[in-house]
Design a protein around this ligand. Structure first.
Ligand SMILES: C[S@@+](CC[C@H](N)C(=O)[O-])C[C@H]1O[C@@H](n2cnc3c(N)ncnc32)[C@H](O)[C@@H]1O
Length: 719
């Protein structure tokens, strides 16, 4: 896993013209700084790594320039340009277009050739196929702001790999250069009376007892000389094997007894001489070392020796234990990570971190109290008058209905305490119930359905990649991870006022068949919907490509709550959401029309249903789709948070948009919810199910709408 990630990082940097050998030390340092949190390194197309690399380069160059000045040399040309992925688009595209993008053809959207983009909500069962009601959408932008301030983010890097080695540390470089950047210092000089005295030797690894394992971070006893044989091995730099352990700085000893016990002791006597030395987490030491070897790629080369390996272990232990107090505290105590973030990178990077799935959740988990309230590490500040963590008032509270399956926790609160908790199984991705046939295979993805020649981030290319063809030859997303305004507005207006040209008609409409099997009416038309096409596995770009939004999952802070006014549970946002934000996908069981009919026949009319959505956009194509083939999503029994989104006529703040990820056809796709306007923290999220409240023949009676919209279509409510 680590190896794959390292290779991906190398490849991304290679795309920018940065050789692997130069990336390795920077990456290793960054891993160390970020506490091996790869997500931070991978975020926004390795922005941290790129920054660190160029900072290093610049700092080095500063020194070189200075030296050149002193020596009277001409200023050499800069080796490479620094890139700002957020803003300096040209630089990035320059580097990225080396992979033959010019040869790509970008066809215009061809929705009508390929079938219908219709997805309709279905109250309880039979599928409604009204011109006005055939809209379900999904949306998903990740907010990514390019507020990167390079001037304030010079990361201190020292030469990482070789403890003996670097000709000049960056610290020296920085100090001698005239660079005004703020430095993040790895260690502050401490007054002498701050020295921490360790009563025990600094390192002890005692895997001696049978069954015990190497690597316990808590063991700290130096090997005792109980052994029948005790070999002390000096590991001077030349690894000559001198046995003079008394003079050796780093050494290790192997002790064994006649009973078969073996103890391996590593002694880093350097540690005692170091100011600020704190025992590091041994797992972190091992991880660091593994990464180092992984990146050097010569673990088992001709130069390999076990002695060297053990010496490296000692050195690494010493290195990690000699970090500034706060950093080593973070290594030892994950609870302090947030402080380290603040002190090392300030709020900017912390926010960046908090936008990322796991890190975010970790922070929340650590910061949440027993009942799961959000704390200061959260981006969301809930106004006092709406205090949702008030225990006296909320007799129902679940801190995470997703049970850890999403990137973020989603709480449920019932401030009245009167409602039964919803009964369903949370699933973060669609699952086939039984008979539905979802044909996902790499072989079906043709060259024109993916961008195999791309690398890194497709949105940084000057020419949109093949995947953009579905959205008019342009990407649907902005570089901030939002849906483009033009695309969104077109989807909204198509949904509100579908005109004839947006409709396709089936020869034999499955929706009508489901209403009346023997005398189905003529198809009333399905809207040919606008699709988003995201890059996927066969594409050459990385997982950080900004044309991958929905597939990365929920990133907004959401909450299920008990609404007032008869709608039951609802979903609200706990943070302000800009227009075009991806909120969540509609996730449920993938069922066939036949299976859905069966389900609907079994349930009683009084049950509060989630509204299944018809999925198959191939309706209206020449082939008649049988009920056993047509697909729907039903979130009644198994679903995600979208099952709590209530209906609002006409002016809902969410719209559902089909998103093509794994399959190039329109038989199966994802339905994503995006905000139609700016939504403020604590607003209820809603979407227009597309119900025709005047359709009294519909086998499923629609609920009495309490949406409160002045455009409410339920006339009963109005009168
Ligand atoms: C997808 S579920 C939404 C979550 C649901 N409120 C719950 O408590 O589980 C759809 C159901 O919510 C209720 N509902 C949704 N929107 C409504 C509205 N505008 N007016 C009245 N009831 C609504 C209806 O009972 C409907 O069958």
């Amino acid at each position: 896993m680590e190896k794959e990630r390292a290779l991906e990082a190398f490849s991304a940097m290679k795309d920018l013209g940065i050789p692997v050998k130069e990336v390795k030390p920077v990456l290793l340092n960054l891993l160390e700084l970020f506490n091996f949190d790869w997500e931070l390194i991978e975020a926004e197309n390795y922005r941290a790594l790129i920054d660190a690399y160029f900072n290093l380069k610049e700092n080095k160059k500063g020194v070189e320039d200075e030296n050149n000045c002193i020596m009277g040399n001409n200023e050499p040309e800069r080796p490479a340009k620094r890139l700002n992925l957020g803003q300096e688009k040209d630089h990035v595209s320059l580097a990225m277009t080396t992979s033959g993008q010019e040869s790509k053809k970008h066809s215009q959207p061809c929705l009508t050739d390929r079938g219908i983009g219709s997805s309709s909500w279905i109250p309880n069962a039979p599928l409604s196929c009204n011109r006005n009601d055939s809209t379900l959408s999904r949306s998903a932008p990740r907010e990514k702001k390019s507020t990167h301030n390079r001037e304030s983010q010079t990361v201190y890097l020292k030469h990482p790999l070789d403890a003996r080695g670097p000709s000049r540390s960056l610290r020296e470089n920085v100090q001698t250069s005239h660079c005004n950047r703020k430095l993040i210092k790895p260690k502050t000089e401490q007054p002498i009376n701050d020295v921490v005295h360790h009563p025990e030797p600094a390192l002890g690894v005692c895997p001696a007892l049978p069954g015990s394992s190497v690597g316990s971070s808590t063991e700290s006893h130096f090997v005792k000389s109980l052994a029948s044989e005790h070999v002390c091995v000096d590991n001077d730099d030349d690894a000559s094997g001198s046995n003079d352990s008394a003079t050796s700085k780093n050494n290790f000893a192997i002790t064994s007894s006649a009973m078969g016990e073996v103890k391996l002791s590593l002694s880093c006597t350097h540690a005692l001489e170091k100011l600020n030395f704190r025992r590091p987490n041994f797992d972190a030491v091992l991880k660091y070392l593994e990464c180092k070897y992984l990146m050097s790629g010569n673990l088992v080369g001709p130069e390999f020796s076990v002695k060297k390996l053990l010496k490296d272990l000692c050195d690494t232990y010493l290195k990690l234990g000699s970090k500034p107090v706060r950093h080593s505290a973070a290594i030892n105590s994950p609870d302090r990570v947030v402080n380290v973030w603040d002190s090392f990178f300030g709020n900017r990077l912390r926010k960046q971190a908090s936008r990322m799935g796991n890190s975010e959740r970790d922070m929340n988990k650590k910061g949440s109290n027993h009942s799961g309230c959000l704390n200061s590490s959260n981006m969301v500040t809930v106004p006092k008058q709406h205090e949702i963590c008030d225990k006296k008032r909320s007799s129902h509270r679940i801190s995470d209905i997703t049970k850890g399956t999403e990137n973020v926790q989603i709480s449920l609160v019932d401030e009245t305490g009167n409602e039964d908790l919803p009964k369903f199984t949370y699933i973060p991705h669609n699952l086939v119930f039984q008979n539905a046939y979802v044909h996902i295979s790499l072989a079906r993805i043709a060259d024109e359905d993916c961008c195999s020649n791309c690398s890194g981030d497709c949105l940084s290319l000057s020419i949109p990649c093949a995947c953009a063809c579905e959205t008019g030859g342009e990407f649907a997303y902005t570089r901030q991870g939002l849906l483009k305004e033009e695309f969104l507005n077109a989807c909204i207006s198509m949904k509100k006022e579908p005109c004839e040209k947006h409709l396709v008609y089936c020869q034999d409409c499955p929706l009508e068949r489901s209403r009346n099997e023997y005398y189905p009416e003529e198809c009333k038309g399905h809207i040919v919907r606008k699709f988003i096409k995201e890059c996927w596995r066969k594409c050459g770009c990385s997982m950080q490509c900004q044309n991958r939004v929905v597939q990365r999952g929920i990133t907004c802070q959401l909450q299920v709550f008990l609404t007032h006014g008869g709608k039951g549970w609802g979903l609200r946002t706990l943070q302000d959401l800009p227009k075009g934000t991806f909120v969540c996908e509609y996730v449920g069981e993938i069922v066939t029309n036949t299976e859905l009919d069966e389900r609907n026949m079994q349930c009683s009319g009084s049950e509060r249903h989630t509204y299944p959505v018809t999925l198959d956009a191939d309706w209206g194509s020449e082939r008649v789709l049988r009920d056993e083939e047509a697909l729907c999503l039903d979130a009644t029994f198994c679903g995600n948070v979208a099952r709590f989104i209530n209906h609002r006529c006409c002016d809902a703040n969410l719209i559902d948009i089909p998103v093509q990820v794994e399959t190039p056809d329109r038989h199966y796709y994802h339905l994503a919810f995006f905000t139609t306007r700016k939504v403020s923290a604590l607003e209820e999220l809603s979407w227009d199910y597309g119900i025709d409240f005047s359709d009294h023949d519909h086998p499923i009676k629609a609920f009495q709408c309490c949406c409160g919209s002045s455009f409410c279509r339920d006339v009963k409510q109005k009168s």
